[in-house]
Design a protein around this ligand. Structure first.
Ligand SMILES: [Zn+2]
Length: 212
């Protein structure tokens, strides 16, 4: 995917003359790391009035996508929160379109996230960063302890609070996964996510989804 930019006529809250400005409607974090940074810093779609220098956010509907972790977020204008039910229906429709066209090669799974306002997007990206960092630490500790690394389906890991990566000795079955995770934790790794995975792997009906 590629980030998509649009242009529109804007009204300054201070009543200055209308002006044309660009804004982003699709952010592809992989190909536009500067836009990911802008979203993290609260500067995405921050518009400056050329007459008075006043800054304001353009709260258009926006799609944020990070292919690395298959992280897809629909961002809606905060003012539309009352209309959440209809928006979610529209989102499901758009999501199917994206899955089967723009992001076909990425093999998206699970439900997309949905937030209202750019500040909620900022918080969600931050959570996602913690998630990715903890996952990297789990992978590094597992490799150092002599384990192979299995990659969970990101959407599956995300909703259950597991890391993306888990250790495995020989086979990706529940017994091996539980024992491997426990051994890495016993080796001194402090990871709440891997602990949760290790606990759940011992429960009946455990059916992990791996990235193919
Ligand atoms: Zn102005």
């Amino acid at each position: 995917m590629k980030s998509i930019k649009n242009s529109d006529t804007f009204k300054c809250p201070n009543g200055c003359e209308d002006f044309e400005h660009e804004f982003w409607s699709l952010v592809d974090a992989a190909s536009s790391p500067e836009l990911k940074e802008a979203a993290q810093g609260g500067e995405l779609n921050l518009i400056m009035c050329p007459s008075c220098g006043h800054y304001f956010h353009h709260n258009n509907n926006l799609i944020y996508f990070d292919a690395a972790t298959k992280f897809l977020v629909f961002v809606f204008d905060e003012k539309e929160r009352a209309d959440e039910k209809n928006l979610k229906e529209k989102m499901s429709h758009d999501y199917e379109l994206i899955k089967n066209s723009l992001a076909k090669e990425i093999n998206l799974a699970g439900e997309p996230a949905c937030v209202f306002g750019l500040h909620e997007l900022k918080d969600l990206i931050e959570q996602e960063e913690f998630f990715a960092q903890e996952s990297e630490v789990v992978a590094a500790s597992s490799a150092a302890a002599g384990y192979k690394i299995a990659t969970l389906q990101p959407s599956y890991a995300r909703v259950r609070g597991y890391p993306f990566f888990v250790p495995v000795k020989a086979e990706k079955n529940a017994a091996d996964l539980a024992a491997s995770a426990k051994a890495v934790l016993d080796g001194g790794l402090n990871s709440g996510r891997l602990r949760k995975f290790a606990e759940d792997a011992q429960k009946p009906g455990f059916a992990p989804e791996f990235l193919q």
